[in-house]
Design a protein around this ligand. Sequence first.
Ligand code: 6PG
Length: 482
Amino acid sequence: MSASADIAVIGLAVMGQNLILNMNDHGFRVIAYNRSAEKTDAFLDGPARNTQITGAGTLQELVAALSTPRKIMLMVKAGPAVDTVIDELVPLLDKGDIIIDGGNSNFEDSERRASSLGAQGLLFVGSGVSGGEEGARHGPSLMPGGHKAAWPHLKPIFQSIAAKTDAGEPCCDWVGDGGAGHYVKMIHNGIEYGDMQLICEAYHFMQSALGLDNAAMQATFAQWNQGYLDSYLIEITADILGFRDGDTYVVDTIMDKAGQKGTGKWTGINALELGIPLTLIGEAVFARALSALKDERVAASAILKGPSNAPAELADAWIEALGQALYAAKIISYTQGYMLMRAAAEEYGWDLQYGAIAQMWRGGCIIRSAFLDDIKAAYDKSPELDNLLLDDFFRDRIHETQESWRRIVSEAVSRGIPVPALSSALSFYDGYRCARLPANLLQAQRDYFGAHTYQRLGGDDSWHHTDWIGSGSTVSSSSYDA
Ligand code: 6PG
């Protein structure tokens, strides 16, 4: 075999296979490898028949078939399997060769891999890949980061196979050093959790407060998808609500217990680490955790009562307010996600391009939506924008929609319908626009019981301690922030 293949892909589960087929469609010569040779053979005899795609039986064969610098993309399960494959590959490679991890890896693992491979003269790229099977096959959103020297070699392949915006721009660009690519994919997934939870809260409200059936809800989501809520997740929600098996709506047969693979949780953990109030995504993760307590909830439902008077169903006119509430909360979710990315850029030394990130998410990925054009426009206008809410466009949208948002949240609360994402987003908004929060009292409490000290309004930055109980003690504990 001559050393002429452009790229190798290791791991032939559906994402790996579809990426290979996509690369082949764009004229790249791809070599496929899977640990079990039968899987490689089945792929070559099946979906890859009559293409330029070739297979390798061993990693040695794979390495020998690649042009240099070699580009090897791993599409294996995130976690230890990635390290195992890297360890097997390293002795076979030469300096300057490129290893790409396209799984949903934790960005801290990608930081570690970039640094250890870099020390051995190899280039590591951790790339977010979003869009599921369809995206991988016909145009995913790709978020590569790591050793920038790898980018000129990967760019033609990645930008060809990526989804394109309506203007023809690729939904793929270089994100930044180390684990930046996987970090941005993690934020994408956190936002995905938030968007999904908001839609589920709207669904719950439509059922419980408006009494809509599946057909009416399907029509509402389909209609929303024609307007300012236009997005992939709203579109598939309409499809799901209309999907029947005979006379039965499939959605009604599904157990109300949400699973999770961990990326939303990582986003929440990182927000706690960096001290960013990522409340909506945090609530979305906790809502999945609460849903998973199915047996406990069923038992509690027979014991714990909600509001005593069941209110009459609301009129359909509330649907418009619900759409506006969803939109307002979505603005908060993205605001919080971007706040976290800014803090991460500072903490980890990345030069994140926020408008480019919105463009990467504009097509191909799960959170793709018309809304991302407005985010891109905001950052194109002011790349240093402190907070999305302070952009004129989003400020005006929040001002226009907040009354409906408040009405929906109050109505849900008075009816006992849980709306953790819609309501926590509203509390964040009210907190963020509050020049004076009650944290003065909190600081007083900390100082009272623990001599933790406080700063004074209008004073300098110095720290003070009050002898609250007249013990005469002026000894304070040392000040520090977690
Ligand atoms: C994507 C998705 C993808 C995956 C999620 C599911 O961007 O294509 O985010 O990565 O479907 O990881 O995550 P949960 O299993 O945690 O819901």
